[in-house]
Design a protein around this ligand. Sequence first.
Ligand SMILES: [Fe+2]
Length: 232
Amino acid sequence: MEFHRNKTHLSGVEVEGISTFSRWLSAAIPPETKSKTSRTGSAMNISVHYRIIQSHDFKINDQGVAMILFLPKLFDELRCVQLNQIALSYSAKQALNFEGNDPHYGNSFGLARIPEYEKVLLALTPLIKQKTGWDNIIPENSYTRIYFNGSDLKKHKDRPGLDITLSVCTFSDINKPWPLCVEDENGKVHVIEICPGDGALILGTKYTHWRDQLVIDESQKVIQSFYHWKFA
Ligand SMILES: [Fe+2]
C-alpha cells in the first residue's frame, strides 16, 4: 500500500472532469431554481466561503485505484448555492427528519433521495468512475443533511450497499475546520478537511469514519450532501 500527499499526477484529469461535470449539473438544475439564485447567494442571504485547500490526501491501492480521494472544488459556488437553497427550502417546510434520536447523530436534520440531489448523483457517476477506475458502480442514493450545534457523527461503517460514499460540503459558516476522519485497513487515520465545494470519497462500508461533535453557535450550521454507489 502506498499513501500519496501529492496531487500533481491527477491535476490534468481534475480540470477536465470538473468542467464536464459542471456542464452536466447545470443542465440538471431546473430553470426556475437558476433564476432565483445568484453567484453570491445574496438573494437567500447565504454566503459561501472558500479558502485555499492546502492538503490533498489520496490513498491508492496496489492497482493504482483511489480508495480515499479528496476532490477539492468539486462543486463551484453557484452549484453550492443552488443545492443549499433546495436543502433550506426542505428545512423551512420541516421536510427534513430530525436525527437526534439516532445514537450516531446529534442535532442534525436530513433526508434521502431529494430529487434534485438524485440528479446530482447521476451526473456525478461518470466522473466518479473516471476518478476511481471502477466501471462497475451503480448509483444507490443521495442524502442531504444540515448540521447544527451538537451534531455528531459517531465512529461507524456504512451499511452494505453504500459501498462508495462521496461527502460534499456545500455550506459552512462555522469558521473553523470540522474534518472527516477515516481509518483505513492498516489503522492509519486520514483527516480530511472538507470546505464548501470540496468532496471526499471513501469506501464507507470498509473504512470506519467519524466526525468530532460540532460545537458552534446556535445560529451557525453546516450543509453537507452524500452520494452513494454500490458495486454491481
Ligand atoms: Fe457513514
